[in-house]
Design a protein around this ligand. Structure first.
Ligand code: ATP
Length: 258
């Protein structure tokens, strides 16, 4: 049992049965090509949940569809029980790092401060309380010493931590991350997972696209296994079975044997 599964949705502020994310009949396309077809799935609140599946399975597309980042989406999406328009400030997104470009000069601390804009508006000065939340978030992921470094001079792993700090500073109730650990070493990944597990223990919901099934088995509560459609969803041990993995990947990944 992982740390977060010992806690229910009790502290999340959501009803026991209100999912963190609910998709009904969601179809997503790029240029007329359907990538996700008729996906219906619920991700429970106050859990650390993974979206897994082979390359091209539609994992990033699923989270982008949920966040309104893809134009051609049909179906019904609810985040924290509401349409996206009503919950933007309660939901944080950590994009895949190769999708992040910085065409203008911005420092690490300025990125983290952006986590407070949904609460203050970008045109207003942040208050002392915001500064404290920003400092706390940077401390949690170990990037305090990078505060004044330009973003485009940071390594991939440092950037991933800075963007995670932005989500933490937002104090979001639902944090959605797309491959947040691709550029970090194993020790840092474990430390960041501790931070995410801590969020869930306090009632927040975390959904991460993640490719490392071994980590998902060890550290996550819930998983959605995708292969253009939902192959399985639910508690991790019931999702990452040999039969499901064979269906999704065409073979059971050997890593689960060890
Ligand atoms: N902007 C886009 N325009 C056109 N096709 C896209 C676009 N983004 C993704 N696709 C296609 O949609 C499919 C699903 O892509 P997606 O990025 O959602 O998969 P994924 O499961 O996250 O893959 P990976 O594990 O490789 O990151 C792929 O075939 C991909 O080529």
């Amino acid at each position: 049992m992982t740390a977060t599964s010992r806690r229910g949705a009790a502290d999340s502020g959501l009803g026991e049965t209100t999912p963190a994310l609910s998709l009904r009949g969601v179809t997503a396309s790029y240029g007329g090509r359907t990538v996700l077809a008729d996906v219906s799935v619920d991700v429970p609140a106050a859990t650390l949940s993974a979206v897994v599946g082979p390359n091209g399975a539609g994992k990033s597309t699923l989270v982008k569809a949920a966040l309104g980042l893809i134009p051609a989406v049909r179906g019904r999406v609810r985040l924290l029980g509401e349409p996206l328009s009503g919950v933007r400030r309660r939901v944080a997104y950590v994009p895949q790092q190769d999708a992040v470009t910085s065409d203008f000069p911005i420092t690490a601390v300025q990125v983290v401060e952006m986590g407070r804009y949904p609460h203050r508006g970008w045109w207003r000065r942040l208050r002392e309380a915001d500064d404290e939340l920003v400092a706390e978030a940077m401390d949690q992921v170990g990037v305090v010493d990078l505060a004044n470094r330009p973003l485009d001079e940071l390594s991939g792993g440092q950037r991933q931590r800075v963007f995670l700090a932005r989500a933490l500073a937002q104090r979001a109730e639902l944090v959605i991350l797309d491959e947040p650990f691709t550029a970090v070493d194993a020790r840092t990944e474990s430390a960041l997972l501790d931070v995410l597990t801590g969020l869930c223990a306090r009632g927040a919901s975390v959904i991460a696209v993640h490719h490392d099934l071994r980590t998902v088995l060890r550290r996550f509560d819930h998983a959605v296994l995708l292969a253009g459609e939902v192959v399985a969803a639910g508690p991790v041990s019931g999702v990452l079975t040999a039969a499901h993995l064979e269906r999704a990947y065409g073979m059971a990944p050997l890593v689960l044997d060890s």
